[in-house]
Write a protein that binds this ligand. Sequence first.
Ligand code: G6P
Length: 615
Amino acid sequence: MCGIVGYIGDKQAYDILIHGLHRLEYRGYDSAGVAIEHETGELNVYKSKGKVTELESSVEGKDTGGTLGIAHTRWATHGEPNDVNAHPHVSEDRTLALVHNGTIENYGVLKTALMQHGYHFSSETDTEVLVQLISYVKHTNRCSLFDAVREALRQVEGAYAIAVVEKGNPDMLVVARKSSPLVIGIGDGETFVASDATPIVGYTDKVVYLKDNEIAVIRRDAPLEVHSIDSIQHPVPDIQTLKLSVEQLEKGGYDTFMLKEIFSQPGTLRDCIRGRITNDCKRVVLSGVIENRDRFINANRIVIVACGTSWHAALIGKRVIQEMCRISVEVEYASEFRYGCPYITDRDVVIAISQSGETADTLAAIQLAKSKGAFVYGICNVVGASIPRDTDSGTYIHVGPEIGVASTKAFTGQVTVLTLLALCAGQIRKTIDTETVESIARALTELPQTIKEVLTLADTIKELSRIYTYARNFLYLGRGYNYPTALEGALKLKEISYVHAEGYPAAEMKHGPIALIDSEMPTVIIAPNDSLYDKIISNVQQVKSRGGSVIAIVSKGDRSMEQIADHCLEIPEVPECLTPIVAAVPLQLLAYYIAINKGKDVDRPRNLAKSVTVE
Ligand code: G6P
């Protein structure tokens, strides 16, 4: 949540900062702002409620000159989204400006103490407390900006990635991080700072991922200096090469990022599988599993932690791992894990799934699992993010940057990696035969083609979406492997069209939701030709006999469902464990077109953020 950007160099900062904010808007878009050090020595701060384009309009005609600046796009936590609560926040004497991603947990205590020292506050944010605290330390200790930031951070509890500039100090930018991500891009005579690498791509490919409890001083004409916040250590910056291209971050001819991402799935799944299945399809090779084979052989059980869409992927992972590895698998919301008195031992394998690799609750769950001695395995998309760095081993899903806030290609990538993991660990544990591996592995290699075929349904789904655009409630039903698919389909619709939708195990419907069914409430049923097909047919009949309309996702050639459901969307037949990947695509398209028909901003749905870095 919240994105921060900073720049120091020989170019005008404003354009670079605004460009960076657009790239980071997926992290929040409640308000945006910039602070730029002007050649005259002024520190100009402009901020505005709403999206980055609203900031740009409000700044038109104003002086945005200067080659040092910081900027922010906000997802509100403390204080409603308005101009005053927008970042950057400035100290009372207006000499310091600061942008922040995270939460200052002890801000109440600090604020009271600062008020006792005569400080006044204009916003309701925790961030204003931090900038005032830095100002207080600086005046009291008569120290440099760097020393003041470091000392203030020692008094702060919580999570932060921050960037600070000082009026009249045009050659210095100070940044620091604890629990929230921060990347520094090192260019030729210029340095960039951002919450992730996307604002930096195209300017430089040399990056340093700041680590927890590190603070960096970025001077105009000097090498990057990294220090520890808590100790006198002086870590040597680890400069890495970025493997992201500008094309990956643009819409590439599509109207929205979400549509581009839905349509990119044949390619992203190819990238996800590449090098992980042998040519004869007899073996699955996930290095993270093979290198830690004893952990998987000796595991008592597997616990998967995740949030949101990643949690839905985890539920499918549970089913496939249990089937292939004959081991008990539990799935926990990462946000509940810590508070559920978890019983974790050093014989457990804990798998953390996260697209962003920065979700605060998932990170906290990982720390807890590690403290109990569990082996922690990460499944992540963003290369170099906190989760892959904090876990013992893991696998990247390699689906490329996902920018639309509603997750699509990451979900299918996560389920694919979980299937690969189940097959690989099953082989190591000798709980799966070669024929099974071969048939599923072959179907995995064919997935890009299979998904291409599914995408040809787009026009049909677009037409269908018109019939249901104004339905106010939807029910999504599935069984077995596809109960989580139903949850994911319902979540997609909720997220981007703001229509209420509930995902349910199909057979459970009769224990409650059936009371809701009438001609106004459409039901989406995921009913591929699998082991539970006959059972789900009777669930469909129960809906139909109560006047509900049914959209069914069925296997190609299904003629029985055609007789009962109002609409059938046919998907190619695949092994049962892969049906969630194939069935997810029409559900993504259905949610997409309904949201578009309603005129919604699908890439930036209200109140949501892609990366949830607060608890
Ligand atoms: C947010 C996003 C979801 C995502 C969830 C977990 O709610 O909007 O799309 O599934 O966070 O994020 P993660 O990055 O950990 O997968």
